[in-house]
Ligand binder design. Structure first.
Ligand code: NAD
Length: 426
């Protein structure tokens, strides 16, 4: 089997998330001895769309933005994945994120494929009206390729419930009837699911609890370092704090705060919400986002963005458990270093899968027109995350591989099985 990228991961461009993803895919495929036909089909995305989005800005001028939607795989069901708005969006990043969605949905065994979308824009420099017009025109450009049975977007970095409400409305206007199941992560009043907003953070809490049991760690003496304070990092930090863990760091894009005795996360998040910064928050040391990753802790939760743990800093990471809240926070080149240090990795495609799991619940509820109470959602999320954690650990033990490799092998095995059963339409 041609395997150009796996032999020496140091040869790949370390900060290219697509190459990072592919080197892990190749390694897992090789260990699985994946049939060459399946390999050829599964290593590429199914379809990629590039759109140019004209938006009338508040100044009256038209600006044209570049957007993408990559649909990586449909073998197990409709494609599923978030939409991000950022000046840094690239097609390679969206490709990697789309593939990660395929593997993530397979790891937690929900009946979706993978997709991702992004628009190159700086949402912090745009008014609400400009963001709405951008979202509506982007949705209109994708109208033929998204839908409850085709591809179901969700929020990601810098998009939120409001973005999803605009997408759902635009799609519904074109369909001439309300189609709530076209996106997930909507406001609860518009067909969203109870518990969706917290789901990714809650999923992290559940898998960290399982790891803590495995390593006999007690929450009150377990120091957790969290990077990021958005939907994933902020909520995970709060839930971990409420569960009795000692959360010792928190950060946003401008830097972090550190207190080895634990931070009152409710106060820190309230401070952030009020002042839009952690500046002036009392009784903490200031740390940069990079220093934060290297603090003494038991559990490290990078929950901001990609490429935070690399070959440059992996040997200075001091945690026992790495629970990846963000997508792709660790580069492929760093994997081996973490493994040699004996760090137990809960890979992103499991650790942050709580979001897509409850998105799946939301899609199911929209299609039934019947909505579950939050405790039912949380209980079903708990069941799936615990079962998936156990499946992963068992798979890693049985095949004598690290948990990252096990997660890819498990996912690729499931997608390959379904692809083989369907047959390749060639
Ligand atoms: P968000 O926009 O709500 O929060 C991102 C946080 O990271 C903010 O605190 C921001 O200040 C910080 N940040 C952004 N860029 C940074 C940088 N370069 N360095 C340090 N900090 C930075 O986004 P989110 O929804 O919390 O997503 C965070 C990560 O989790 C992303 O990788 C996303 O793909 C992934 N993820 C999100 C979900 C979800 O349900 N929201 C689900 C699975 C995975």
């Amino acid at each position: 089997m041609a395997n150009p990228m796996v032999d020496d991961v140091r040869q790949i461009k370390e900060d290219n998330p697509f190459e990072s993803m592919m080197s892990r895919f190749d390694r897992a495929a090789q260990l699985l001895d994946l049939n060459p036909d399946l390999y050829a089909v599964m290593r590429v995305p199914n379809r990629e769309f590039k759109v140019y989005i004209p938006v009338r800005m508040d100044s009256g001028r038209i600006e044209v933005f570049e957007g993408y939607r990559v649909q990586h795989n449909f073998a197990r069901g409709p494609a599923k994945g978030g939409i991000r708005y950022s000046p840094d969006v690239t097609l390679d990043e969206i490709r990697a994120l789309a593939a990660w969605m395929t593997w993530k949905c397979a790891v937690v065994n929900v009946p979706f494929g993978g997709a991702k979308g992004g628009v190159v824009c700086d949402p912090h420099q745009m008014s609400l009206g400009e963001l709405e017009r951008l979202t509506r025109r982007y949705t209109a450009e994708l109208i033929d390729i998204i839908g409850p049975e085709k591809d179901v977007p969700a929020p990601d970095m810098n998009t939120n419930e409001q973005t999803m409400a605009w997408m759902m409305d635009t799609y519904s206007m074109h369909a001439r009837h309300t189609v709530t199941a076209v996106v997930t992560g909507k406001p609860v009043a518009l067909g969203g699911s109870s518990g969706r907003r917290e789901a990714t953070g809650r999923g992290l809490l559940i898998v960290i609890n399982e790891a803590a049991k495995r390593f006999k760690m007690n929450p009150p003496t377990t120091r957790v370092a969290v990077q990021g304070s958005g939907n994933v990092g902020g909520i995970a930090a709060r839930l971990l704090h409420e569960a009795g863990y000692k959360v010792v760091t928190l950060s946003d894009i401008n830097g972090g705060i550190y207190n080895p005795n634990g931070i009152d996360i409710h106060q820190a998040l309230a401070h952030l919400q009020m002042t839009r910064s952690f500046e002036d928050f009392p009784d903490v040391e200031r740390v940069s986002n990079h220093e934060l990753l290297e603090v003494e802790c038991d559990v490290l939760v990078p929950a901001a963005t990609e490429n935070q743990i690399t070959s440059q800093n992996a040997d200075r990471i001091k945690c026992k458990v790495l629970a990846e809240g963000a997508n792709g926070p660790t580069t492929a080149a760093a994997d081996q270093i973490l493994h040699e240090k004996g760090i137990f990795v809960i890979p992103d495609i499991l650790a942050n899968a709580g979001g897509v799991t409850v998105s799946y619940f939301e899609w199911v509820q929209d299609r039934m027109g019947y909505f579950w109470k939050e405790d039912v959602v949380n209980e079903r999320l708990q069941d799936i995350m615990v079962a998936s954690f156990n499946d992963l650990v068992k798979y890693a033990d049985t095949h004598s591989v690290d948990t990252r490799t096990a997660a890819y092998m498990l996912a690729i095995d499931r997608v390959a099985y379904d692809t083989r059963m369907r047959g390749i339409y060639a």
